[in-house]
Ligand binder design. Structure first.
Ligand code: CTP
Ligand code: MG
Length: 238
C-alpha cells in the first residue's frame, strides 16, 4: 500500500504570537533544527512511508521550501518530497496537502508539525491498523483530569471520564475515505479541529490506538519549555 505523510506547518501560531513570539512555532528550533523537520526525520524511519508533503504558509512558502530543500541536501531522507501551500483553517491546509499527493497514493498520515515528539513506532501501529481493515486510525490517551462542560462561568455537566480520551496526530486514513470526508464537510460546511472528525461527521468509523504521553502539541508559552534542553539538577556536594 503506497502511504504518504502530510506534515502540516502552515499555521499562524496565534496563541504563541499573542504571548509575544515573533516566529511561527513550526519554524522554532529544537536541537538546532526547525520543529517541522523533526517530523520529517521521524517519518523517514518508517519503512512503509513512501513520501512526504510539507505544507507551508503561503506568505513564507518560498523561503520555507528553500530551507527544506537545503536540509534535504544536507540530510537526505531518501524519500520523494512535495510541497503545498496552506489554507486559512487547518482543514484547508490538509485539503491542499491531499491535492499534492501522487496518483498512486492509497493511504495517508496527517501530522501536526507542532508535535515533534511523535515516535516512528506510533506511525507503524497506525499503518498496521489500516492494514487490518480500519479506514481511519488515530492515537488517543486517557484523560487524567475530570472534564466538565461549562455554561458561561458555571458548570453545566460533569462528563464520564472513562469514556473520554485526548487524541493526537499522526492520524491515518485510507486516502479515498479522507477525500470523501473532505467533500462531505465542504458540502455541509462542517468545521473541524482534527481529521478524524470529518470521517465521524460522515458516519464513518475511526479506530483508536494507544497514543503517547510525550507526543504533546506545542501550543502555549508553557509548552516552549519542552524545546529547551533539560537542565540536569546540580547534585549538592556534601
Ligand atoms: N496548521 C496548518 N494550517 C492552518 C492551521 C494549522 O497547517 N491553517 C497546522 C499548524 O502549523 C500545526 C497544526 O496544524 O502544526 C496544529 O495546529 P495548531 O496547534 O492550532 O497551530 P496554529 O494554528 O499554528 O496555532 P494557533 O491555533 O495558536 O493559531
Ligand atoms: Mg490553530
Amino acid at each position: 500500500m503506497n502511504c504518504w505523510a502530510i506534515i502540516l506547518a502552515a499555521g499562524s501560531g496565534t496563541r504563541l504570537a499573542e504571548a509575544g513570539l515573533a516566529t511561527r512555532k513550526q519554524f522554532l528550533e529544537l536541537e538546532g533544527l526547525p520543529l517541522f523537520w523533526h517530523s520529517a526525520l521521524t517519518f523517514a524511519h518508517v519503512a512503509r512511508i513512501s513520501g512526504l508533503v510539507f505544507v507551508f504558509p503561503p506568505e513564507e512558502f518560498d523561503a520555507a521550501k528553500a530551507s527544506t530543500e537545503a536540509l534535504l541536501a544536507q540530510y537526505p531522507l531518501n524519500l520523494p518530497c512535495r510541497f503545498a501551500q496552506g489554507g486559512i483553517r487547518r482543514q484547508d491546509s490538509v485539503f491542499n496537502g491531499l491535492e499534492a499527493l501522487p496518483a498512486d497514493c492509497l493511504q495517508v498520515l496527517v501530522h501536526d508539525s507542532a508535535r515533534p515528539f511523535a515516535s516512528a513506532r506510533l506511525s507503524n501501529t497506525l499503518i498496521d491498523t489500516l492494514g487490518s481493515g480500519a479506514e481511519a486510525a488515530i492515537p488517543a490517551i486517557p484523560v487524567k483530569d475530570t472534564i466538565k462542560r461549562i455554561s458561561g462561568s458555571t458548570v453545566a455537566e460533569t462528563l464520564p471520564r472513562a469514556e473520554l480520551c485526548a487524541v493526537q496526530t499522526p492520524q491515518a486514513f485510507i486516502l479515498a475515505m479522507l477525500r470523501k470526508a473532505h467533500e462531505f464537510c465542504q458540502q455541509n460546511q462542517i468545521a473541524v479541529t482534527d481529521d478524524a472528525s470529518m470521517v465521524e461527521a460522515m458516519g464513518g468509523s475511526v479506530a483508536i490506538v494507544p497514543g503517547e504521553e510525550d507526543n504533546i502539541k506545542i501550543t502555549t508559552p508553557e509548552d516552549l519549555k519542552m524545546l529547551t534542553p533539560k537542565q540536569t539538577p546540580a547534585i549538592p556536594v556534601t
